[in-house]
Write a protein of this length. Structure first.
Length: 274
């Protein structure tokens, strides 16, 4: 299926405009030049270099271990690939919680050294001063509420968030504070669809789109982890995830065919030799 894709480079202004005009926003993660090139060519609006790289690229069980310098290293390749998509870099755990000064220093370093267009931070009111200072420094910020994986040790797991009234009210309040502070978008992760719809409606007056993951289809857009939606991450199939391909099987078939061809000396053949 082909889609009509705007070819000029995405900006945070265009992202806000898309939401205001009712056009859904597509976002996917990428962590390297080759896959980011394909994702960009296929027409995604925003590429997130997520700290999920800690799991997907580095094999950790949590997002917490990845560092600022590792995030910058990965993002450089993605930025070289992105001709059209807006590139957002995740600020890793510990890089914005200590003080506002340190948050700004790290955000500026990440923007300067990676070439990303914006940063993303997890949390609400408790990190508002950091968000305000980063935005004042001229760095566009994407918020992230609901399930915030950097706080997994505090949350006690990766379950659905804001099921109860008190947490849902706090989330609405946090979303409004983030939008008032100037966030150009807010990721809503793993919350009930109806709540995500309410947040999205409430944020319309701030022209602040919501990007959902496990948050239903009433948000302004959607984000998924690329390796999950491509079916590369075997055994990970939460309810919200759709596999748009089954690449784990394709990769394993290709590799086992290669191994067999090497073993029986059918690769390389005469045409593949000099
Ligand atoms: O790190 C990440 O990939 C994310 C998405 C799941 C939104 O934050």
């Amino acid at each position: 299926m082909s889609v009509h894709v705007q070819t000029s480079r995405m900006t945070t202004t265009k992202i806000r405009q898309m939401a205001a005009e009712g056009e859904k926003i597509s976002m996917l993660t990428s962590y390297d030049f080759t896959l980011a090139s394909l994702v960009d060519e296929a027409g995604v609006d925003m590429i997130l270099v997520g700290d999920s790289a800690s799991n997907i690229v580095c094999g950790n069980s949590y997002t917490l271990p990845i560092t600022v310098d590792e995030m910058i290293f990965l993002t450089k390749g993605v930025v070289r690939a992105a001709q059209r998509a807006l590139v957002v870099i995740d600020m890793p755990f510990g890089s914005y919680q200590v003080s506002e000064e340190e948050a700004v220093r790290n955000a500026v370093k990440m923007m300067k050294e990676s070439g990303a267009d914006a940063v993303k931070l997890e949390g609400g009111e408790e990190i508002l001063p950091a968000i305000r200072h980063i935005i004042q420094a001229g760095v566009p910020v994407c918020g992230h509420l609901g399930l915030t994986p950097q706080s997994v040790n505090q949350l006690g797991g990766y379950g659905l968030r804001a099921k109860g009234e008190a947490e849902a009210e706090k989330l609405m309040h946090d979303a409004e504070l983030l939008a008032q502070a100037g966030c150009f978008a807010i990721v809503l992760e793993k919350i009930p669809a109806a709540l995500a719809g309410e947040v999205t409606k409430m944020l319309a007056k701030y022209n602040c789109p919501t990007i959902g993951i496990g948050a239903g289809n009433l948000t302004s857009g959607q984000v998924l982890v690329l390796h999950d939606m491509l079916g590369l991450n075997q055994g990970f199939k939460p309810k919200f995830l759709r596999h748009f391909a089954s690449l784990a099987e394709s990769v394993k078939n290709a590799v086992s065919t290669y191994v067999a061809a090497v073993k029986d000396s059918s690769f390389p053949n005469a045409e593949e030799s000099y």
